[in-house]
Design a protein around this ligand. Sequence first.
Ligand SMILES: Nc1ncnc2c1ncn2[C@@H]1O[C@H](COP(=O)(O)OP(=O)(O)OP(=O)(O)O)[C@@H](O)[C@H]1O
Ligand SMILES: [Mg+2]
Length: 228
Amino acid sequence: MIELANVHKRYGRYEEALSGVDLHVDPGEFVFIVGPSGAGKTTLIRLLYREELPTSGTVRVAGKDLSRMRPREVPYFRRQVGVVFQDFKLLPERTVWDNVAFALVVTEVSPKEIRRRVPAVLELVGLRDRARMKAQELSGGEQQRVAIARALVHGPPLLIADEPTGNLDPTTAWEVVQVLVDVNHRGTTVVVASHAKALVDALRRRVVELAAGRVVRDEVRGLYVHEA
Ligand SMILES: Nc1ncnc2c1ncn2[C@@H]1O[C@H](COP(=O)(O)OP(=O)(O)OP(=O)(O)O)[C@@H](O)[C@H]1O
Ligand SMILES: [Mg+2]
């Protein structure tokens, strides 16, 4: 699903944000990306949905070499990768339904198909009964679940999330992570950059640790901090 080979990323003339990163993620995996602030987690995430291109090295996602992708292929590619952010990025004045349906409207999915898919993804995140509420009327955890529903509406094989629980209290964060686990159990590959030590430790999934732009640890059933 993901294949990074000797990836370097430098912004302008600053020091490298990523230095020689190799990473292989199989379809169906659930991976946490951890590491201190500035380690390169967000940079890595942004490379995966082609928000940034590597300075050198190759990034392959869902069978595509992202550096070689033609501009007209990019919109199609983006539908294959759902992305979730710390700050939800919803349209606050619009309804839950509109926030999720919007991604389908812009890709010219038929109204009939929209009426089928939106309730299905809202059901998946446990928000079917919130469809008519405005996004801003929901709790933080509910808003993040709307963002997850929106990310899933094209049925992507890969879901990536950058600090998805960063703005949530521990209980709500746990609920959101359970949704991500659920999504993974249904077959979607999930990659989550996270500072949430308690969540990483509770789940015991694959942990890839970055430090100063390098992969310093990659464990199959890891903890947030390497066991001494
Ligand atoms: N647009 C940018 N321009 C210049 N430097 C950048 C840019 N984005 C990130 N950086 C630098 O790249 C390095 C890695 O940043 P990145 O945001 O990937 O870290 P992070 O691990 O996500 O940190 P955090 O935990 O604080 O979110 C940092 O030194 C950062 O200052
Ligand atoms: Mg970050």
